[in-house]
Design a protein around this ligand. Structure first.
Ligand SMILES: [Zn+2]
Length: 495
């Protein structure tokens, strides 16, 4: 019990005069973290966000960002105060129109105390005015705001929002977004969803983007710089918007030869995963020095280095597969990363099979044979890898191996029904590895606890009997032709 309003000894008559509702006795602060054991301070407790409206202005020359965020939420407890995750300098916070007090706390907490406490289940509108130079801010000693010669990019996992908008920064609280950014004429602002408008006034162009389907904060991206934008529609009817930095140098051709195939690859993936879940698709390649790609919703982030070895459709397939496995159906907690990466990697194997460069079965056999039993690879449990190994290569390769083991156990008919049914089962929501096992059991009619334990949770190489179907006994395991392209996507999430 929290009794924050009435101190002991207050005369009964005075208490009555205050006329506070009976629930007042239970008002308490929202937790500084949403309850993810991997990242105890990520996200916050006490409320659930439904929409972010961000109105920003950015100067590429100085990296100065100013903005107003309007956050629509609903309280989930009787709330005396709450946190947002944010690093920039805040000048004003209003809650339901009234000025609120606020203070920075911890590594990335903005603690907001509304003038009057909020009852559980009540709608809450939070307005935050802010400014700052994102590249000067860090938390836990790092920054994920990537400066470029002509601007900056916000795209990282699991954290990128703190540098540009205040949020409940955890994938379990998804929301819709309107992102409107003014930049000097000649600079473009790219974000998720569809471009609603772009208009110039007094030397500044304002770009307004809309994501009308729920989106996790880490999948919300912003790119500011000089881009060449291409638009089109896939044969299946999905609008495509891609963008390329005008400064990609030798990687320009390979980047376009890969990312321009987005529409074709979205359509191809619908054959396995069902209808594309969003109103637009695409990707962008800024002139960053990073090495990874990220499945930012509807507008995938690709580092130029992904194309340094030539075109790579495999990485495009990986990030587009995430639009179903990761973005449409998001993980419940970061321990559930396998339902993102195991399946995005497996989609690369299916693409390899389609291209005649090695079947999924051959790729699984190759992964199994490439790592001897004493290889540290097998100590990583993709089903719950721990925060330090969350993006270890084993989460991808052993993760996809587990998907192939599932396919061999339940057969192609049930397996492809699971693959296509899952995004529909949890559309625009969140789910865990345990939810996936239950769903696969339901569709296949087979108990799968032992299989999941062996392939996803045991810190050791599965024994030969369980793996027999993965390796043709006696045959040499050749390196499939697609391996080079698949391997080139391995630093997809390195910081
Ligand atoms: Zn991935």
């Amino acid at each position: 019990m929290h009794r924050r309003i009435l101190a002991p000894g207050v005369p009964a008559a005075a208490a009555l005069l205050l006329a506070i509702p009976a629930s007042a006795a239970s008002w308490s602060p929202g937790a500084p973290g949403i309850g993810d054991p991997y990242y105890p301070y990520y996200g916050n407790g006490g409320y659930d966000v439904s929409h972010y409206d961000l109105r920003l202005k950015y100067q590429p020359r100085t990296d100065e960002l100013q903005g107003t965020a309007t956050v629509l939420a609903r309280t989930t407890q009787d709330l005396s105060r709450f946190d947002l995750d944010f690093l920039l300098d805040v000048s004003e916070v209003r809650v339901n129109g009234a000025e609120a007090s606020f203070t920075a706390s911890g590594q990335h907490e903005l603690v907001v105390t509304p003038k009057t406490p909020l009852a559980k289940g009540a709608p809450m509108t939070v307005v935050v005015r802010y400014s700052g130079v994102p590249s000067t801010k860090s938390a836990y000693g790092f920054t994920t705001w990537h400066r470029t010669p002509d601007g900056a990019v916000a795209a990282d996992e699991p954290e990128s929002a703190w540098w540009w908008f205040p949020s409940n920064d955890h994938p379990s609280d998804k929301a819709t977004f309107d992102v409107s950014v003014a930049v000097p004429d000649g600079t473009q602002a790219i974000s998720n969803g569809t471009l609603q408008s772009a208009s110039s006034k007094l030397g500044w162009t304002r770009y307004t983007w809309r994501q009308d389907k729920p989106q996790a904060t880490y999948l919300t991206t912003l790119a500011l710089g000089r881009f060449d934008i291409t638009t089109g529609t896939s044969e299946g009817g999905v609008p495509v918007v891609n963008a390329y930095s005008r400064d990609l140098g030798a990687n320009d051709g390979a980047a376009r030869a890969s990312v321009e195939r987005t529409g074709e690859l979205v359509d191809w993936l619908t054959g396995y995963f069902g209808p594309y879940p969003f109103g637009s698709a695409g990707g962008y390649v800024p002139n960053t020095t990073t090495g990874y790609a990220l499945e930012t919703q509807t507008r995938v982030y690709y580092s130029p280095k992904q194309f340094a070895g030539g075109s790579n459709t495999s990485v495009v397939v990986h990030e587009l597969a995430h639009q179903w496995y990761g973005d449409d159906v998001s993980l419940k907690g970061w321990k559930d990363i396998w339902i993102n990466e195991g399946f995005a990697r497996y989609a690369q194997w299916l693409w390899s099979e389609h291209e005649g460069e090695g079947t999924a079965q051959e790729l699984a056999g190759y992964v199994y044979a490439s790592h001897p039993a004493d290889d540290a690879f097998w100590t990583v449990a993709p089903g719950d890898p721990g925060p330090d190994d969350q993006f270890d290569v084993a989460v991808y390769d052993r993760g996809a191996l587990a998907v192939q083991a599932l396919r061999n156990e339940i057969g192609d008919d049930a397996f492809f029904a699971v693959l296509k049914g899952w995004p529909k089962e949890h559309a625009y929501g969140n789910a865990s590895v345990a939810d996936f096992r239950r769903y696969a059991e339901q569709v296949s009619g087979k108990p799968l606890a032992a299989l999941f334990d062996t392939w996803l949770f045991q810190p050791s190489k599965p024994a030969a009997p369980a793996a027999r179907s993965l390796v043709r006994t006696g045959a040499a395991v050749a390196r499939p032709d697609s391996w080079r392209e698949i391997e080139a996507t391995n630093d997809v999430h390195g910081r």
